[in-house]
Design a binder for this molecule. Sequence first.
Ligand SMILES: C[S@@+](CC[C@H](N)C(=O)[O-])C[C@H]1O[C@@H](n2cnc3c(N)ncnc32)[C@H](O)[C@@H]1O
Length: 421
Amino acid sequence: MTTADTTPTPAHDADQIHELRERMITRMWAINALRTDQVAQAVRAVPRHEFASEFAADEVYDMNAVLRTRFGPDGETTSSVSGTWVQALMLEHADIGPGMRVLEVGSGGYNAALIAELVGPDGAVTSIDIDPAVIDRARDCLAAAGYTDRVRLAVADAEHGFPDGAPFDRIIVTAGADDLPPAWTDQLVQGGRLVVPFSVRGFERIYVFTRSSERLLVGEGGDVAGFVRMQGQGEHVQRQVPVAEGVTFTTDADPLPDQDKLAQVFIQPAHEEWTGVRMGPREFFATLQMWLATDMPGFGTLTGDADALGHAPMPGQRTPALWNGTSLAYLVLPRVSTDPDQWEYLVRGHGPNATTLVDSLVERVRRWDTDHRGGPGPRLLASPDLPPGDEVIPTRHTYLVARWDQPLDTPRLDWEADPET
Ligand SMILES: C[S@@+](CC[C@H](N)C(=O)[O-])C[C@H]1O[C@@H](n2cnc3c(N)ncnc32)[C@H](O)[C@@H]1O
């Protein structure tokens, strides 16, 4: 692993920092990432530049900037100081009060210092990281910012939590997780909260789980996140099947689709059906991805460009797709009007059962449009015990059930309100 180049060190001017930080706070209130004075005060109190001395002040105090500090052998980011908006949002979700005991999983120092502000002198903050160099760096930064005695640091793998400091009132995970290890539930007090960037079949969302009983977590939330991936025992290697030149199918389905069969099906003529569901510019479709991912057996995503898929894929080139063993169907999003700008979901399919599979995907998209568009996404129930009679998503440690009955007034981020865009 390598660390970000730390020279030269930009000088940080106190007036400039004050101005930049206030601007950042204004933006975070505007988009609803900040929701309480307590979290805003913590952001005001902690000198973020002390945790990112190798970066210029305007970057440090840009709410969207992810400050990348550690890189793996292929150049991928393995550690960063996360964007401030997401740190603030997760702290708001955590609802941390004075005197609480909090575990942060994935360290860096800055977020731990914010938590220290929120728990105050009677609370306790433990921050763990799997990478000893991250802990060393965090220790130096916390010392420079004056938080040495207020945060306990340790090298540990998230998979086991941190038994020594348990039980915790709150656990905040800051690396992308694909599972909920039993240690997290066990080390949380009854009614305690676990805030985590959590992927369901490849779609990462910020979830706030509450420990509602001995073995049950109930999660709400659903804002889109993009964290560095979990390493160590909880690392999840995405299973990919090459389908054609530039086209890959990614799925958790077990067994994996047969590559030759999938490739043969993909070159057969396409059956297409319009859904009648249109989108305008900058519309929110994150719940559609979750709606499809949470209860379609054979679900996966197809990566490929418009040439390969016949039409424009969904943004981010992660096109929801279904494989039923003989046929493939997937969702594309061609632009259908330029004045006004509009896109319409279209379903394509290949193979002997393409028509049936395409119909079921079309019907699903239409139900999202009528029942869940603009809504908050699903509640997630997570337990190591198999629930009776529900559609279940199995992960290594837990069974997940998605419930689409969340009340519709959950506060959401509002990116349109950012005064600087
Ligand atoms: C986005 S960074 C953390 C940011 C930090 N919370 C901050 O203050 O900005 C994610 C961290 O998770 C750590 N990490 C990844 N897998 C882990 C694991 N299994 N256990 C503990 N830490 C892990 C990485 O080494 C990385 O430093």
